[in-house]
Design a protein around this ligand. Structure first.
Ligand SMILES: [Zn+2]
Length: 363
């Protein structure tokens, strides 16, 4: 469990969360927050459904006000057609809603949502471009609906119920195929002026480096993600290096089948080369976190996402590289780096909770 650093008491606005506001007077404090707090208290018993839309599957769950999942269901992602995805969401909500009184529905997906959570501006895996998804779904579901970026949802969940409890300046990094980011500051999800803050994975960490799907070269997520781990391992195996023997054995000699997941499995089983590869990724992770600390000065970084299965094999070298690269090291307090606590359901839990919190804000 996270322990606040000296002088960093848990924020006074712990439960006065405000969704989606840019910096503005009174955001998260004052009478609006007090009114909100009373509404949140009234709604404690309310249940919400969180829906996590991934590239291959749509996962949904009924989540209570303490972040517990009461029931869950899954479907395959039905291609990229917006109407088909809406239909799957409706089916899941109807299935899970039987036997529960559902207050609201939160939808988490990769991509950019507008600041008030009503429109998908862009989603990389789905054909949503300026899609007014919230209005469509509210009509179909007859409940308040909120759209949220999946990394924001996961970060929110970790702050509310996981490794970031009590931290009033939290940065959450989700390591999967790419890198997602979220900031929770004084009990408020910080989403920037236009709703698209937190794209930390695209900080350029190696000018002229590996090409990124965002169009640039040398982005952090090309060095510190699950995909980066797989790419490095394949490159090593393709060079016919004897040190890659165990990795090659794990995929029957088929270099292209080596993924970050396989490297992580081999590393946990003790393969020295896989551990080295994870250590390299951990060092890139720590370097990027040091950059973020210079800009944002959080009290805690929570590291989540699939790559976190590697645990300390990833985070220990990250902590070391972070300490080595931190601006003004030795003359400033340093943020803690913690592993996420909620696992793969963080996005679903956070989307549900944000929808409940937000619907009470605006009701
Ligand atoms: Zn990029």
């Amino acid at each position: 469990m996270h322990t606040p650093m000296p002088g960093q008491q848990p924020g006074p606005y712990r439960r006065t969360a405000v969704w989606g506001r840019g910096p503005g007077p009174g955001a998260g404090v004052g009478s609006a927050a007090r009114g909100f707090r009373s509404r949140l208290r009234l709604g404690r018993r309310g249940l919400a459904i969180g829906v996590d839309i991934g590239g291959t599957k749509v996962a949904a769950g009924v989540v209570d006000a303490e972040g517990r999942i009461l029931s869950q269901a899954k479907r395959s992602t039905p291609g990229s057609d917006p109407r088909a995805v809406e239909q799957v969401i409706v089916e899941l909500v109807e299935e899970l809603g039987r036997g529960h009184r559902i207050w609201s529905v939160g939808i988490g997906a990769a991509g950019w949502m507008d600041l008030d959570g009503s429109t998908v501006l862009f989603s990389p895996h789905l054909a949503w471009r300026n899609e007014p998804l919230r209005a469509n779904l509210q009509r179909l579901l007859r409940r308040p609906v909120l759209l949220t970026n999946d990394a924001d949802a996961a970060g929110w969940a970790e702050w509310r119920f996981g490794a970031g409890i009590g931290e009033n300046r939290l940065v959450c990094i989700t390591l999967g195929t790419g890198i997602g980011g979220a900031m929770v500051i004084d009990g408020r999800l910080e989403r920037g002026r236009f709703g698209v803050a937190g794209e930390f994975g695209h900080q350029i960490i190696m000018p002229g480096g590996h090409r990124c799907e965002c169009g640039n070269r040398g982005c952090w997520e090309q060095y510190a993600s699950g995909n980066a781990l797989g790419r490095e391992a394949r490159e090593l195996a393709a060079a016919n290096s004897p040190v890659a023997q165990e990795l090659l054995k794990a995929v029957d000699g088929n270099v292209e089948s080596i993924t970050g997941v396989i490297v992580t499995e081999r590393a946990k089983a003790g393969d020295a080369t896989s551990r080295e590869l994870l250590e390299d990724v951990g060092e890139w992770l720590g370097l990027g976190l040091a950059n973020l600390a210079a800009a944002l000065d959080p009290g805690t970084f929570v590291i989540g996402g699939g790559l976190c299965d590697a645990g300390e094999l990833l985070v220990a070298p990250a902590r070391k590289a972070f300490a080595r690269n931190l601006t003004g090291r030795g003359f400033r307090p340093a943020a803690e780096i913690q592993l996420a606590a909620l696992g793969p359901n963080a996005g679903l839990i956070g989307a549900a909770d944000l929808s409940r919190v937000s619907s009470r804000m605006h009701s």
